[in-house]
Every structure is written in structure tokens, then in C-alpha cells.
Ligand binder design. Structure first.
Ligand SMILES: C[S@@+](CC[C@H](N)C(=O)[O-])C[C@H]1O[C@@H](n2cnc3c(N)ncnc32)[C@H](O)[C@@H]1O
Length: 220
């Protein structure tokens, strides 16, 4: 953890390392969660609530995204677009993707020639474009377990070399809504080690978030 982060966000603390399971077992565990009967969150209700919050600043986008030279960014699961606005304000061009119609209407109200809004699930979303920054914040756990590998592969393909991802992951026992969850070691092993350099990893000490594991990654 950077000293800077611990100063601005006192909610971070190091997580105990749990032993990682073999890859095959982790994969099996993901697939067995495919049939998860996790309830689908009330996304319309979430969008109403998020609008009432009138924009919250994401410290990770602020601290890490702002250090990168502005270019093309992709925000997966944009919600009401707090991160989109943050990036647009820092001169990024942004493609915002969300599955919820209400979110899309809110996103389309953001007036910027540098914003492209796409109504799609992450399971279906495909692009040929490259993005030097991809955000997947508070969304991956809501995607179908058996599509996660595919989605993660597409995130990798949409990055140029040295491109960055700022993302958060669900972890075990944290949310009834997550369609899958792995411990931190498993996430590193399953998704990250081979393809990305971990620039930063943070565990949020927030009992309400379904996605307490935050990673800043660089494609190498
Ligand atoms: C908890 S909000 C996160 C919003 C924003 N990324 C943030 O961190 O503030 C999750 C958003 O992801 C969208 N979402 C959920 N499942 C999705 C999926 N499978 N594909 C695309 N968007 C999805 C929801 O509509 C909602 O707007």
C-alpha cells in the first residue's frame, strides 16, 4: 500500500494471506458457482440512490488514473458515471458501458463530445479498440461466473502494452449478490499473475462493499 493511500483512506488494512488452491480447483470452484442463485441487485433502485449521492470521488481513479497521461479510457459498469465524470474532467476520452437502461439514460445526460455510452452487459460487450486505462469497479462480481474468464480476456485484449486496469473484485463471504468470489491469492493466481504486473493492491475495510479487493494493474 502506498503511504499516500493510507493517509487519505484510513479504511485500508493489509489482508491475511490465505493459501492458494491449485488452478484447476479454483477454476472448478468458479464453474460450480455458475448456478449461483444470488439475487440480482435492484439496479434501478441503485441508480436512483446513486443519483441522490450527487457524485462521489473514487480515490483510486483520482490517485492512479490521474497520474497517467490522458488518452482513451473504458469504464465497465459505469452506473451513474461518477468515474466517467472524473476522467472526463482530467481530459480523458471515455467509453462507458452499462447493462442498466436507467444508468444509460443518466450517462447520456453527461454533455461531452469525448463520451461514448454503450448499453451492454459485460458478458456481451466486445470492442476492437484499445484503451490505455480500463476501469472495472464494483461490477465484476455481478457478472456470470462462467463468463469471467472471457470478460477478463477481453479486458486484456483491449489494453495496449503498459495499459492500466483499476478494478475491484468480490471476495469470499462478503455479499449475497456476488455471483462468484475467490480469495485474494486465488484472484492473483487465476487472473493476474501471468498477464499483469500488480502495481497496487488494497483491501477495503468496508462491510457494505461486495468488492473489497482493489487492484491497480499494468499489462506487461
Ligand atoms: C455497484 S454499480 C458500480 C458503478 C460504478 N462502477 C462505481 O464503482 O461507482 C454496478 C453497475 O454495474 C452495472 N452492471 C451490473 N451487472 C452488469 C453486467 N453484467 N454488465 C454490465 N453492467 C452491469 C449495474 O447496472 C450498475 O450500474
Amino acid at each position: 500500500m502506498t503511504p499516500l493511500l493510507s493517509k487519505v483512506c484510513p479504511c485500508f488494512f493489509p489482508e491475511q494471506i490465505e493459501p492458494a488452491r491449485p488452478l484447476e480447483e479454483i477454476e472448478q470452484s468458479l464453474l460450480s458457482q455458475e448456478a449461483s442463485d444470488a439475487p440480482v441487485p435492484d439496479w434501478d433502485g441503485f441508480i436512483d440512490w446513486a443519483q441522490r449521492q450527487q457524485g462521489t470521488v473514487n480515490p483510486f481513479v483520482l490517485l492512479f488514473g490521474n497520474k497517467l497521461p490522458a488518452g482513451d479510457a473504458l469504464d465497465l459498469g459505469s452506473g451513474t458515471g461518477d468515474n466517467v465524470k472524473l476522467l472526463l474532467g482530467s481530459r480523458w476520452s471515455v467509453t462507458a458501458v452499462d447493462a442498466n437502461q436507467k444508468a444509460i439514460e443518466v450517462l447520456k445526460r453527461i454533455q461531452s463530445p469525448k463520451l461514448n455510452v454503450i448499453h451492454s452487459t459485460l458478458e456481451e460487450f466486445q470492442t476492437d479498440k484499445k484503451f490505455s486505462l480500463i476501469l472495472a469497479f464494483n461490477v465484476l462480481g455481478f457478472c456470470t461466473a462462467d463468463k469471467i474468464k472471457e470478460i477478463w480476456g477481453r479486458i486484456y485484449d483491449a489494453l495496449p502494452k503498459n495499459g492500466h486496469v483499476i478494478c475491484s473484485f468480490p471476495t469470499l463471504g462478503r455479499s449475497a449478490y456476488s455471483k462468484w468470489a475467490l480469495n485474494r491469492e486465488e484472484i492473483q493466481q487465476f487472473f493476474i499473475e501471468k498477464r499483469f504486473k500488480i502495481v497496487e493492491e488494497i483491501k477495503l475495510n468496508d462491510p457494505f462493499t461486495a468488492h473489497p479487493l482493489v487492484f491497480v494493474l499494468k499489462k506487461i
